[in-house]
Design a protein around this ligand. Sequence first.
Ligand code: NAD
Length: 258
Amino acid sequence: MKLDGKVALITGAASGLGHGIAERYAAAGAKIAIADIDADAAKRAAAELGGEDRFIGVTMDVTDEAAVNAGVEETVSRLGTVDVLVSNAGVQIVHPLEDFPFAEWKKLLSIHLDGAFLTTKACLPHMYRQGSGSVIYMGSVHSKEASPLKSAYVTAKHGLLGLARVISKEGAAHGVRANVICPGFVKTPLVEKQIPEQARDLGISEQEVIERVMLGGTVDKEFTTIEDVAEVALMFAAFPTNALTGQSLVVSHGWYMN
Ligand code: NAD
């Protein structure tokens, strides 16, 4: 599947899954805005992909409406438009519910949900004007399943399914579609950080966190890879029709099947 000349804006693309999607989209011919709160890492990642006529680093805190609007405008003015939005920036914060600090709950929901809302709101006028666009949210198996300690994350990831379905209905008349990718555990910095935290909170070893908590439900005890997720992101972005709009796809080695 190809994205020749298409412009993709990917949030949280300085690291992990977003970075892998940027590499896959680059190989498929896209122009890419790497948007991240880590400005230096975003610019570095864009420079590593190649020249500034195709790859730009954009500083963006997805919870800040002015920063999101400015980043989308910069993308459109430097790369021409925005055809694909991958709203991927995210964090994980784990606590038992009764100890979950309210400020951390709000922070997590804001990055995942305000981030998806604000980036979508800023990109839609450009997509509507050209009569086409693809909005892709990075959900999770936790868009469909729950785990202890992850009340804020599970709530946010479930919420993205609803937002994508509304965009599918509102965007259809303008040729804009929406999808959610729902990965299982992928070894990125976000997951590496969770291993000792969950071991502490659940009172088990780090090895048990990996074998029981993270991979216990898979059919083959394997982590999902960045490449697996990037391939699905390419499929949703490059799919030739709007037939898949509103759908989510679980990529989890059988951890969750639906
Ligand atoms: P990661 O920590 O490697 O990358 C996250 C990126 O988001 C970082 O570059 C970070 O700087 C950026 N970011 C954080 N807050 C931001 C903000 N306010 N504005 C802009 N950028 C911000 O994590 P990852 O594992 O690649 O996670 C990416 C997405 O994938 C997240 O939404 C996460 O919930 C989701 N996800 C990850 C896994 C997994 O196992 N790794 C599984 C399912 C879903």
